[in-house]
Design a protein around this ligand. Structure first.
Ligand code: KIV
Ligand code: ZN
Length: 509
């Protein structure tokens, strides 16, 4: 058996199914470029049939990415396969990933289909997909709660039809490593012609076992793992890419497997995803959390200073925590800025965009002496898009002990200048009230969080605001050295996202 494990990244598809994490076409393209630098084998760019925007995103990612395979998800339905096939047709290497649910509860309650009809639909979908590409993957959704014999039967049929990768998902995060490993082993042993395909796993994290289950699957013969950067995804998320990759690398003695990932790109990828989606990484998160390599106690510090390996099983540099993170300052010129953007994989194609970003960089450098890579990434993620309806112009805010804070916010709505006033319980409340006094969105604030992008009191604050309105949930992100300004940007960013076109979830009935 090969010792190579393919990393199938689904941040842009399953990751995007996290509440509020929907991304614009431009954001997806930026992330896809970074995933290519990370050297993932497959990028699942979206679910092309979900909406025009999703189709465009998959198509644009397909046009941009050259080294990784670009894939679109498709339900086992003719229209989905057509949309997926057309959207990935622009890619140098492409794949269609089709799926249907196979558990009794999903077949009866969601699909309202009998098992033989589910097999027919799966085989028809694989056949249709083969008209567009010879790289077809099939997933048995909710495999974890599916009958083993039925899985063996349906997998055998789709192999016969020509599927090249068979994915076994733990859709609801129910499994434990011991039984998941056994299930994968049985499937590989008992499915006819199983040695002609790549076996894959896709685990959700509802019981905190997604990474452990994925690694158990590798130990049992799976040679593709589906995962997301930072483990983002529906509910408790998906298996985290960085933990799987470093698990396989650090414990090569156990698995004897390698991946193609450039691990030094891990941290940069993690930062980009959290800045775009508003899903911030908890400090104690393995590999990419702020404390992942911090040695707090005196005993540990002493040990690490004497001999690093006393308390460290990998180096921070292995995953991209570099010692020299100060990159630019007030005196840096346009060329240095452009080169840094390129080094960060943030290719800004138009001169107009570059000039605008350089102006923002200069404004930031006037307020903050050291500009780090993370600040530059935040500038790019926060760059105003031509299609945006709302944009912040200025903010005046007054807070005094003993009286209620006030805010005056000036913003543009499709080019029209609007001024709103608000009084609130705190400066952020006053700011939101000032915006709402004019917008009247009737949205509900579900989450408000502030994170500092880098260290020190000069650091930019990164604010996430999750809004819900008319059944839609979106995350807005804003960054600025002034956290009230960052909050105003985040709120307006969320309002912009509420204006975007609604999309369907491939897994909902
Ligand atoms: O969790 C799941 O089952 C999925 C499939 C569509 C692969 O995301
Ligand atoms: Zn999933």
């Amino acid at each position: 058996m090969s010792d190579f494990v393919k990393i199938f990244d689904t941040t842009l598809r399953d990751g995007e199914q996290s509440p509020g994490a929907s991304m614009t076409v431009e954001e997806k393209v930026i992330i896809a470029r970074q995933l290519e630098m990370l050297r993932v084998d497959v990028i699942e760019a979206g679910f092309a049939a979900a909406s025009e925007g999703d189709f465009k995103a998959v198509a644009e990612v397909s046009k941009t990415v050259k080294k990784s395979i670009v894939c679109s998800l498709a339900r086992a339905m003719p229209n989905d396969i057509k949309a997926a096939g057309e959207a990935v047709s622009f890619a140098k290497k492409n794949r269609i990933h089709t799926f249907i649910a196979t558990s009794p509860i999903h077949m009866e309650k969601k699909l309202k289909m009998k098992p033989p009809d589910v097999i027919d639909a799966a085989v028809t979908a694989v056949n249709l997909a083969l008209n567009y590409t010879d790289d077809v993957e099939f997933s048995a959704e909710d495999a974890v709660r599916s009958d083993l014999d039925f899985l063996i039967q349906i997998f055998g049929e789709v192999i016969k039809a020509g599927a090249k990768t068979l994915n076994v998902p733990d859709t609801v995060g129910y499994s434990m490593p011991l039984d998941w490993g056994k299930k994968i082993k049985m499937l590989i042993e008992k499915t006819k012609n199983s040695d002609t395909v790549v076996w894959s796993t896709h685990c959700h994290n509802d019981l905190g076992m997604a990474v452990a289950n994925s690694l158990a699957a590798v130990a049992s013969g799976a040679r593709q793992v589906e995962c997301t950067v930072n483990g983002i995804g529906e509910r408790a998320g998906n298996a985290s890419l960085e933990e799987i990759v470093m698990g396989l690398k650090v414990r090569n003695d156990l698995f004897g497997c390698k991946t193609n990932i450039d691990t030094t790109q891990i941290l940069k990828s993690s930062r980009l995803i959290s800045q775009v989606t508003g899903y911030q990484v908890q400090p104690n998160k393995a590999i990419v959390g702020a404390n992942a390599f911090a040695h707090e106690s005196g005993i540990h510090q002493d040990g690490v200073l004497k001999h690093r390996e006393t308390y460290e099983i990998m180096t921070p540099q292995d995953v991209g925590w570099s010692a020299n993170r100060i990159v630019l300052g007030k005196l840096s010129g346009r060329n240095a800025f452009k080169q840094r953007l390129e080094k960060l994989g943030l290719d800004i194609s138009s001169d107009e965009d570059l000039n605008l970003l350089f102006q923002k960089f200069k404004e930031l450098a006037d307020r903050k002496t050291e500009i780090f890579d993370e600040d530059i990434q935040a500038l790019v993620s926060g760059k105003e898009k031509a299609t945006e309806c709302y944009r912040l112009e200025s903010l005046v805010q007054e807070s005094k002990t003993g009286s209620k804070p006030k805010a005056e916010v000036v913003f543009f709505h499709f080019g029209e200048k609007i001024k709103g006033f608000g009084i609130g319980n705190g400066p952020v409340d006053a700011t939101v009230k000032a915006i709402e006094s004019k917008v009247k969105s009737n949205s509900q604030l579900l989450l408000f969080s502030v994170n500092s992008i880098t260290d020190g009191t000069q650091a930019q604050g990164e604010v996430t605001m999750r809004l819900s309105s008319r059944g839609r949930v979106v995350n807005g992100v804003g960054s600025d050295p002034d956290i009230v300004v960052a909050s105003a940007k985040a709120y307006l960013n969320a309002l912009n996202r509420l204006e975007s076109e609604p999309r369907i979830n491939p897994q909902q009935p």
